[in-house]
Design a protein around this ligand. Structure first.
Ligand SMILES: Cc1cc2nc3c(=O)[nH]c(=O)nc-3n(C[C@H](O)[C@H](O)[C@H](O)COP(=O)(O)O)c2cc1C
Length: 187
């Protein structure tokens, strides 16, 4: 069957795309503003290029015409720390999808341990096996309620035993398959 996207409503289109483009990595994005550490998951997220080392993440609105805290913080402060989730911290990541007031911090509310590894970037989630320290690069103009933001990776944390001498990385990320979560396994 052919699905004609012009004839599918927004919610069904979201469901169809999310169930089809699988698995999607999850960016657990930590940002900071006015001393408040914000952390939230995003799966409309993908690498774009390795030179420049760029990623794109599409972030929606919190309420009509009000950006989600992550987007507001990135546009204002130009920094984002992208952590990856694994089966041990997945429940914490899910909690971070709960909308909170801008002045509330998910890491404080849900008692999530973070650590400041680089002075000029937001802290990373301590239990993340790998983390990308990014700067704002550009915004893609799209009509609608979602803002795709391009971020440039400037530095990366990787647990020492997850990188070998040939620069091969071995992480146990969890990604998103439609509404479900799935461990990324090698086959
Ligand atoms: C696994 C997962 C993936 C998500 N992906 C996105 C996404 O790609 N874009 C988006 O706008 N919201 C996404 N959300 C919802 C946000 O995490 C949620 O709106 C969150 O409250 C935003 O927080 P903030 O206002 O602190 O940025 C996702 C939620 C989950 C659980």
């Amino acid at each position: 069957m052919i699905l004609n996207y012009d004839e599918v409503n927004d919610l069904d289109r979201y469901k169809i795309m999310s169930d089809t483009v699988v698995p999607r990595p999850i960016a657990w994005i930590v940002t900071e503003d006015e001393g408040v550490i914000n952390a939230a998951p995003f799966s409309y997220f993908i690498p774009l290029s390795s030179n420049p080392a760029t990623l794109i993440v599409a972030i929606g609105e919190k309420t009509p015409n009000v950006p989600k805290d992550t987007l507001a913080n990135i546009l204002k402060n130009k920094k984002a720390t992208i952590c990856f989730t694994n089966k041990d911290n997945l429940e914490q990541l899910k909690l971070c999808a709960t909308p909170l007031k801008k002045e509330q911090s998910e890491v404080v509310e849900y008692n999530i341990q973070t650590q400041k590894v680089l002075e000029d970037f937001p802290p990373m989630i301590s239990s993340s096996q790998s983390t990308l320290f990014c700067e704002y690069y550009d915004t893609v103009k799209l009509p609608g309620k979602t803002t795709p933001v391009i971020l440039e990776i400037k530095k990366q944390f990787i647990e020492d035993d997850r990188i070998d001498d040939k620069m091969h990385i071995n992480v146990e990320n969890v990604g998103r398959c439609g509404a479900f979560f799935s461990a990324m396994v090698k086959i």
